[in-house]
Design a protein around this ligand. Structure first.
Ligand code: F6P
Length: 349
């Protein structure tokens, strides 16, 4: 009698980040140890399930991908519930390909959709957390964050030397959506003089006071790291309505660094420049930390499938990879830890 095969799909959804290929490789390599299993790659996140766009993955197809940024499967921000009929289309792709389970690798949006597909439609799904933002609850870290922080640190180091040579203030804008993790870690690692995060609305007067004090003490240059969703305190808001809505209200954040640099130069008369690190933070080869974490998550995810642990997500807690309910992971955003912010603040003087 022919053995029935276990057919497992894997998708990468939402913004890309370093380490996605490491997870794909780990899932495939773990599956090789199960004689009757197959892995199918679902292209471009949820879109691949909606449109029936899948590819076979085997040991050969994942050879050499560990150090590569991005994802060999492609990604998208398609939400499986936004168009009528999508759930039916997903179900028919699922059945046509004989899938037994799907491993969803994603951030908060992708995993929320995964949770809903499992809870509301009974799809057999397990999750893996990825995001450069580190805003996903329930895991000490996702993969992707460490590489992004190292990229920021490297950029801050480089901008330090040019700021110092020109005796300028350099405002460096970083990603992170509504949380200040990248700004805080990247800023602390790069020795920033001020770090502005969404969790603590900033006062321009305080920023300028620190810059002037540094100048009077002989530091003719300063580095400010500002998170893309950091906002001026309501009592000292320098943004007009149109600018504010341009920076924060189009679903795509960006521009506070430029506005802040203008205000600093106007107020202090210290020459000021800005740099927005943008998508550079999402690219490149994953760090050793991210490669190892993504690999551990990939192995765990495949084992969760073997256990039939639907609706659960691989997570890191106290350096152990465990599993937690997807419900817990997407319940709320993980904002910057106050302890980290207090450490950063010690240097704002
Ligand atoms: O969530 C990752 C992230 O890079 C955020 O830091 C940023 O705000 C957003 O994605 C940018 O999204 P998009 O790729 O859709 O422009």
């Amino acid at each position: 009698m022919a053995e029935t095969k276990l057919r497992v799909g894997i998708m990468t959804g939402g913004g890309d980040c370093p380490g996605l290929n490491a997870v794909i490789r780990a899932v495939v390599r773990r599956s090789v140890l199960e004689p009757h299993s197959e892995v199918l790659g679902i292209k471009n996140g949820w879109r691949g399930l909606i449109e029936g766009d899948l590819m076979e993955l085997n040991r050969l197809s994942v050879t050499g991908i560990l150090p590569r940024g991005g994802t060999i499967l492609g990604t998208s921000r398609v939400n499986p519930k936004s168009e009528a009929g999508d759930v039916e289309r997903i179900r028919s792709t699922w059945e046509a390909n004989g899938l037994d389970a799907v491993i969803v690798v994603g951030g908060e949006g992708t995993l929320r959709a995964a949770r809903d597909m499992w809870r509301e439609h009974g799809m057999r799904i397990v999750g893996v957390p990825k995001t450069i933002d580190n805003d996903l609850d329930g895991t000490d870290f996702p993969f992707g964050f460490d590489t992004a922080v190292n990229t920021v640190m490297d950029a801050v180091d480089r901008l330090h030397s040019t700021a110092e040579s020109h005796h300028r203030v350099m405002v460096i804008e970083v990603m992170g959506r509504h949380s200040g993790w990248i700004a805080a870690y990247g800023g602390i690692a790069g020795g920033a003089d001020m770090i502005l995060v969404p969790e603590h609305p900033f006062r321009l007067s305080r920023v300028c006071e620190v810059l002037r004090r540094r100048e009077s003490q002989g530091s003719a240059f300063s580095i400010i790291v500002v998170a893309e969703d950091a906002r001026p305190h309501a009592e000292e808001d320098f943004l007009d309505e149109a600018t504010r809505s341009q920076i924060y209200q189009h679903g795509r954040l960006g521009g506070i660094g430029f506005q802040l640099a203008l205000q600093i130069e106007k107020t202090t008369r210290i020459e000021t420049r800005h740099a927005n690190l943008g998508y550079v933070q999402r690219g490149g080869s994953p760090t050793a930390f991210d490669r190892v974490l993504a690999t551990r998550f990939g192995v765990k995810a495949f084992e969760l499938v073997l256990e039939g642990a639907w609706g659960r997500m691989a997570a890191l807690r106290c350096n152990k990879v465990i599993s937690i309910p997807l419900d817990e992971a997407v319940q709320k955003i993980k904002y910057l830890d106050e302890e980290i912010y207090r450490v950063a603040e010690v240097f704002f003087c």
